[in-house]
Design a protein around this ligand. Structure first.
Ligand code: AMP
Length: 127
């Protein structure tokens, strides 16, 4: 599968250290940082350090170690931010947007981990 990765995107620049970020957690394969325009009290983005455009690119092409590293960091963020279900927290929503129909703004795969308040209906579609 051919995914066309644009290495000038803002998350690639964060990974290269060209622009700052508010880091929440990090491991060899993934970085988690606060969304610059949070829409909920907890709004953290988890990104792989490898060059993957979208969830489907990552799921198809990342190595097992990259996938494990990414998922473990997601778990660490949920626990650290007090939204993971382990410990009786109230939960969270994980969202990933892909492509134009998914309204993806930054073409480097990222998972939004959002919580700290009830999230409402799953989708509010607008034309
Ligand atoms: P998406 O529409 O899923 O591609 O979401 C991109 C997200 O990246 C948005 O929620 C933005 O607020 C966020 N964002 C854009 N630039 C930055 C940045 N420099 N640091 C942190 N978050 C950012």
């Amino acid at each position: 599968m051919a995914f066309d990765y644009d290495d000038t995107n803002i998350f690639a620049r964060i990974l290269r250290g060209e622009i700052p970020n508010d880091t929440v957690a990090e491991n060899d394969h993934a970085l988690a940082f606060r969304d610059i325009a949070p829409k909920t009290p907890v709004h953290v983005l988890v990104i792989p350090k490898g060059a993957y455009v979208s969830f489907d690119d990552f799921a198809a092409n990342a190595s097992d170690a990259e996938i494990a590293g990414f998922m473990r960091l997601c778990a660490e963020v949920c626990a650290k931010e007090g939204v993971g279900l382990d410990g009786g927290n109230a939960g969270f929503r994980g969202i990933t947007n892909a492509g134009p129909d998914g309204v993806q703004e930054v073409p480097h795969f990222h998972l939004h981990i959002m919580g700290g308040r009830p999230m409402g209906p799953m989708l509010n579609l607008r034309d």
